[in-house]
Design a protein around this ligand. Sequence first.
Ligand SMILES: [Zn+2]
Length: 217
Amino acid sequence: MHRGEEDYIKYIYKLTIEANKNIVKNNILSELLGYTNQSVNEMVKRLVKKELVEFIPYKGVRLTQNGIVEAKRLVRNHSLWEVFLVNKLGYSWEEVHVEAEKLEHAGSNELIERLFNYLGKPNYCVHGNAIPKLDGNMPKIYNLSLNNVNVGDVFIVKRVLDHPKLLKFLKQINLELHKSIKIINKDEVNGLISVLIDNKLFDIKSIDAEKIYGIIN
Ligand SMILES: [Zn+2]
């Protein structure tokens, strides 16, 4: 597989399996990847030929069993390199994405397994994404977004999407994985959620809150 094909497989995985959805529309893919609809459609055709994705007219694409195996391998590589960069080389969580994007395409299975053992067999990446196991089994995927909780709830952050701007913002307001925050107010009109973090009040935009996942305490 080419690197471009691998990236598609991985994004389809993120938008379906990691997002708890069955299928993703081609135009959502082009928006996310920043490619034209036409180039997305062409790539989808290529991946259909290779039996990595399935295209359902008017509905979109989803991974085949082979596609899922490939995607999990890539996500596993990506996540393990992230853990390595943060825990062993001192990178911050908003810096690792670009490096891990390159590293995920490199390295033999042997190298990745040694890395996995060296890192203490982690279940989650530094952003809280579940790392697929070698046999394809998955640790729990956190899918309850901060947007969908109520005023008064105490929410524990378990996973955030790997978007550099979001990660920088979260650092500014000191919001890390496993922290509990209390929902103080939801301003639906202006799209803001007010939360208490370490006893300080912060406003989080709904478009950011939908990228933050966790559990209600
Ligand atoms: Zn990550």
